[in-house]
Design a protein around this ligand. Structure first.
Ligand code: TXA
Ligand code: MG
Length: 331
């Protein structure tokens, strides 16, 4: 149900969960000081409690109020990239309910750039825990109607802030031991952008490799999956019958669930639709999840995505990362 920003504010004050527009994707937001809201976020999303939530703040000061340390590295990155699609993972303090962080000693923080998110955070005066507003393991929402479709029966109040301008979830950066950092999730703020800023600031840092490690508990093999199975194909190839037979045989070998996420499998492969994206990575990111949802409504047996040579640049990394996780199979 679409509501005004004012009504959303009243609902949040009242401890309700709302659909919140941000510049990356829509979030399912609840105030961090209300445990009932936090539990409701997990249950609406059908999200396991081991996967922690991002806390959205109204600025640097609000972020500092939630951590036990605010190293120079955090200050330098926040000054440059906030408000915006960057999430910083830092040691938490006792103001954070362990449900939000899945019992971890760290908390993920982000100051979003979307004006509606900013207005709600400032007027509420309490940070908001908000994961992407989709069922666990499924395609993220980049429009208010995606959130409505996702939680149709639950009648969540949603603020329509228009289509998200970025379209991919934030880059998640872990900060450890004052000057060590690791990218836990790729996003439109790239590693080279982060590194060149730190070099410009003459900041001595150590880059750690932690993607897919236990430090990023949400980093599952499958995620973002559309409602019909997606096949990721390296290079553009003509589709032949022997190919679809091979795919069908491979699908039969797959487990029904991987790390708790149900894997989608086609009953037969006789029809398909191709997921086509703009050649421009900024536009491709913006339209990715909407295109995935549209392809999924085609009622074909599978969606095909072809990775092409022009996608070999850094700007495509977060897009291809989402598509590979969204795919039930890769060839
Ligand atoms: O752009 C975004 O980040 C969106 C919007 C709504 O802000 N939010 C989002 O939330 O993508 P979610 O819950 O779908 O993804 C959060 C990711 C998960 O992979 C989670 O495991 C990771 O952040 N995360 C959260 N807290 C963490 C922590 N303390 N340590 C490591 N990873 C953490
Ligand atoms: Mg998500």
């Amino acid at each position: 149900m679409i509501v005004s920003t004012y009504e959303a504010l009243l609902r949040l004050r009242n401890g309700e969960v709302i659909g919140l527009p941000t510049e990356t994707v829509y979030g399912l937001a609840g105030r961090i000081d209300n445990e009932v809201s936090i539990r409701q976020i997990f249950s609406l999303k059908e999200r396991p409690f081991f996967d922690p939530l991002i806390v959205h703040v109204s600025g640097l000061e609000a972020a500092m109020g939630l951590v036990s340390e605010w190293p120079d590295l955090a200050q330098i990155l926040a000054e440059k990239f906030w408000p915006g699609p960057l999430t910083l993972v830092l040691p938490k303090n006792n103001n954070i309910n362990p449900l939000i962080t899945s019992g971890l000693e760290t908390v993920a923080l982000r100051w979003p750039a979307h004006p509606v998110a900013q207005e709600l955070l400032v007027k509420l005066g309490v940070p908001l825990a908000a994961p992407s507003a989709n069922k666990f393991g499924r395609t993220s929402p980049t429009r208010a109607e995606h959130v409505e479709q996702e939680f149709r029966s639950a009648e969540i109040p949603i603020v329509d802030g228009g289509p998200c301008s970025v379209g991919l979830e934030s880059t998640v950066v872990l900060i450890e031991n004052k000057n060590e950092l690791a990218i836990l999730r790729e996003g439109v703020i790239s590693l080279s952008e982060i590194e060149s800023h730190l070099k410009r600031k003459k900041f001595e840092y150590l880059l750690l490799q932690k993607i897919d490690s236990e430090k990023s508990p949400g980093h599952l093999k499958h995620h973002y999956m559309p409602a019909i199975p997606l096949i990721y194909i390296l290079g553009r190839q003509p589709i032949t019958q022997s190919m679809t037979q091979l795919w069908s045989a491979e699908f039969k070998k797959l487990d029904s669930h991987v790390e708790g996420v149900r894997l989608l499998k086609p009953r037969k492969i006789e029809s398909w639709t191709e997921l086509r994206l703009s050649d421009n990575a900024v536009l491709a990111a913006r339209e990715l999840y909407n295109s995935m949802r549209e392809s999924a409504s085609s009622r074909k047996d599978v969606i095909l995505f072809f990775e092409e040579p022009h996608m070999q640049t850094e700007a495509w990394i977060p897009i291809l990362n989402r598509l590979q996780k969204a795919a039930s199979m890769k060839f």
